[in-house]
Design a protein around this ligand. Structure first.
Ligand code: HEM
Length: 438
């Protein structure tokens, strides 16, 4: 069997690195056009097999933690959070997994929804009657507040202060899956300083809570047992907290901002959303899980944005031994990745994939059902995003309440995808807002 064929345009030494950072979607589409669903890239001398299409993706998710190793691809995250949960080896991960499940149980989600509604309502009170805002940075502040209050509780979150979240920004800026994370670069030095600061704030909070239990959401994280029946150490709780506050932040903020931007760009669909939010939230009803279920047009808008503008565009693994996929063999040591830029735009699955059309997710059309991994914005298989419901709920709450209460007009004519190495987000986008008549 043959190895996946190299996509054109690789430069000496760096390979496809520059295209991967600046024009990832074009690069991945080029690979597919030239070689079909399975093709190769070169990133600074590393061979990377890209697996797209239903069959190859199935292998990708099924082989994760077997032939496909997650640890190496996430060394840049482990350099921040330590070897915890999905950043650890498989058996440690399975031991930590009940903590993730407990955090996102149905009962907990009800509490989180209340926090989300409270935080978004307070934010809108602060916006006032009219003005202008940069939607991306507003979303970052919102989701930080939601994550902090959800996982630590309102009181502890208040004590964290601006320095804590500033340190998180330094952690975000050091996300880099390509350069070795221990290189003495300024961004990695700032990362290590920020990490030290964040843990120095969190350790005493965890220690104090172990000594003096209270009845709040944070206590659950401190008390939940691992698969082996043991309580997690202070170190594990601090590492998990750091990772949760982080995961609940950049990815969600980016997709939330895009959801708002794409709706403002598509007034015909926005009309359907408006009619829905006015009907469901019109008379100041409580915003609970039943309300959420009735906001199907909002939820389809959130899904369409996850398809077209996913924050996590690729997921990386490493082949631990030779792996046959379709007609190809991926040699041991190669990196292996998925590609939303190809899969979320497959003509075989999605009708007119380049069009913004949230109704493709309606029960009548349900285009995504053609492939069990049609949408991989939140991954798939064993490691599928633990916070997916949390993020989708948060994005729906923000969208519903914002468009229920405000008219928005885009000032920035065209928003671009801004690619960091870790996740993508919208370029600076200014909107004018005006409170609607109640
Ligand atoms: C729009 C927002 C989000 C996106 C696009 C996203 C994306 C992803 C993706 C693609 C994965 C799979 C990684 C892999 O297989 O290598 C993942 C895993 C994970 N995500 Fe998210 N995520 C989001 C929000 C969140 C939130 C809000 C949380 C928690 C507060 C969270 C926590 C996690 C955790 C713990 C995992 C690892 C799960 C496991 O290994 O079992 N994510 N996420």
């Amino acid at each position: 069997m043959q190895k996946p064929k190299l996509t054109s345009g690789a430069l000496p030494l760096v390979g496809h690195l520059f295209d991967f950072i600046r024009k990832q979607d074009e690069l991945l589409q080029r690979g597919k056009t030239e070689h079909g669903n399975i093709f190769a890239l070169n990133l600074m001398g590393k061979n990377v097999a890209v697996l797209t299409g239903a069959e190859a993706k199935k292998v990708f998710f099924k082989e994760t933690d077997k032939t496909l190793n997650m640890e190496e691809g996430y060394e840049f995250l482990a350099a921040i959070f330590g070897k915890v949960a999905f950043l650890a080896d498989h058996s440690t991960y399975m031991n930590h997994r009940p903590i993730l499940h407990a955090l996102f149980s149905r009962a907990r989600m009800t509490g989180y929804l209340d926090v989300m509604v409270e935080v978004v309502s307070e934010w809108m009170d602060g916006l006032g009657e009219n003005g202008e805002m940069e939607i991306g940075s507003e979303m970052i502040d919102l989701v930080k507040e939601v994550a902090g209050r959800s996982f630590l509780g309102a009181e502890i979150n208040k004590q964290l202060g601006a320095d804590f979240w500033q340190a998180y920004d330094d952690l975000s800026k050091a996300l880099d899956p390509v350069l070795p994370p221990h290189w003495p670069l300024p961004k990695f030095i700032r990362r290590d300083r920020a990490k030290k600061y964040v843990s120095s704030v969190l350790y005493p909070i965890v220690r104090e809570r172990r000594a003096n239990p209270q009845d709040d959401p944070f206590q659950m994280l401190v008390d939940v047992r691992m698969k082996d029946g043991e309580l997690p150490s202070e170190e594990i709780i601090v590492q998990l907290l750091m990772a949760l506050l982080f995961a609940g932040h950049e990815t969600t903020a980016g997709q939330a901002a895009w959801t708002v931007i794409q709706l403002a760009q598509h007034p015909r669909y926005l009309k359907l959303v408006r009619a829905e939010v006015d009907g469901v939230l019109g008379k100041g009803q409580d915003f609970d899980h039943t309300t959420l279920r009735n906001l199907s047009h909002v939820s389809m808008a959130v899904d369409e944005t996850s398809r077209m503008r996913p924050s996590a565009e690729t997921i990386m693994r490493t082949a631990e031994s030779d792996l046959p996929v379709g007609d190809f063999i991926i040699p041991k040591g190669w990196m292996v990745q998925t590609a939303t830029a190809v899969d979320h735009f497959m003509g075989e699955v999605f009708d007119q994939p380049d069009l913004y059309d949230p109704l493709r997710f309606s029960p009548e059309r349900a285009e995504q059902k053609l492939d069990s991994h049609a949408i991989i914005a939140f991954g798939g298989g064993l490691h599928k995003c633990a916070g997916m419901n949390f993020a989708n709920t948060e994005m729906a709450v923000i969208t519903a309440l914002l468009f229920r209460n405000y008219d928005l007009e885009l000032i920035t004519p065209e928003t671009q995808v801004e690619r960091g190495l870790g996740s993508s987000r919208p370029s600076q986008t200014w909107v004018r807002f005006k409170r609607r008549d109640k």
